[in-house]
Design a protein around this ligand. Structure first.
Ligand code: C2E
Ligand code: CA
Ligand code: CA
Ligand code: CA
Length: 273
């Protein structure tokens, strides 16, 4: 090893080396994760703000590795994207979430929407829309039950394959949702050029009385798009958004993401309590 005096950037180098090691370790552990049943999905209600009614849910992946350590999707999804494992993991999520949707759809009196997060890397893979359509056919699940959530990403607009995948999904009758809206690259050209139906306002804009949130809602209304607000944690925030006619919301105020056994499709939020 070099002496510390000569190597002034050593603390940074060793920091990035340990991050690199952790990523490599995660990529290695991910290899057997599906086979070993280490993934599960939890579901968070999507609430119609005017009525408090649960209209659907968002599927969120959870991972407990072989060492019994829980690793969050914010950490392992980027690793899986980089390694290519996101394709297999993403397919697992699609299948599992659609099966759950079918169960709830059949049990309920109204349709249950299932919102599924899809990585931009999945869109680049050939036949993504075909795979999705095959899952719907095999479950005889109506396309209008599924929402696909895509995070703003410059890589999508610049990739012909991804853009045509978005149109194919949309042509199936599946609604496309632009996730984390307002945090990413190119909000307005996205809305103009791509077939998105719904905007999800990022939770970083969520404290009540936020001008950015109200501006996004007003713009969404102008564009005839539906709006979902994520990260609603307080009654004040809920009332603020409801007053602005934001149609839907999610957040700890209503419920944290839970396993399917704890999810109640008939749950109604009562703002008086
Ligand atoms: P996201 O799609 O923006 O999901 C919202 C995140 O906010 C979730 O974190 C959710 O648990 C959390 N959340 C919900 N309500 C509240 C609230 O009131 N307050 C706060 N502070 N947080 C709230 P989670 O489950 O850790 O997921 C993180 C990200 O990982 C997701 O962000 C999404 O980008 C990604 N992700 C999760 N599941 C999947 C998946 O199946 N596939 C892909 N490609 N990405 C996924
Ligand atoms: Ca999402
Ligand atoms: Ca978000
Ligand atoms: Ca996200």
């Amino acid at each position: 090893a070099k002496s510390a005096g000569k190597n002034q950037f050593q603390p940074y180098d060793s920091l990035s080396a340990s991050i690199q090691n952790r990523k490599l370790k995660i990529a290695k552990q991910l290899r057997n994760a599906i086979k070993n049943n280490e993934f599960s999905l939890v579901y968070q209600p999507i609430v119609q703000l005017s009525s408090g009614r649960t209209v659907g849910s968002e599927a969120l992946i959870r991972w407990t590795n072989a060492e019994n350590e829980t690793i969050g999707p914010d950490e392992f999804i980027p690793v899986a994207e980089h390694s290519g494992q996101i394709i297999e993991i993403g397919n697992w999520v699609l299948q599992k979430a659609c099966e759950q949707c079918k169960t709830w759809h059949s049990a309920g009196t109204m349709k249950h929407i299932m919102a599924i997060n899809v990585s931009s890397f999945q869109l680049k893979a050939p036949f993504f829309a075909k795979g999705l359509s095959d899952i719907l056919t095999s479950l005889s699940l109506p396309a209008e039950c599924i929402h696909i959530e895509i995070t703003e990403n410059i890589a999508i607009t610049e990739d012909k394959m991804s853009v045509s995948a978005l149109y194919e999904i949309s042509d199936l009758g599946i609604k496309l949702l632009l996730d984390d809206f307002g945090t990413g690259y190119s909000c307005l050209s996205y809305l103009k050029n791509l077939p998105f139906d719904i905007l999800k306002i990022d939770r970083s804009f969520m404290p009540a009385n936020n001008t950015i949130a109200s501006t996004i809602i007003a713009m969404g209304h102008e564009l005839k798009m539906e709006i979902i607000a994520e990260g609603i944690e307080t009654l004040d925030c809920y009332r603020f958004l409801n007053k602005l006619n934001c149609q839907y919301g999610q957040g700890y105020l209503f419920q944290k993401p839970v396993p399917p056994s704890k999810f109640d499709i008939f749950r109604q939020f009562n703002q008086e309590v």
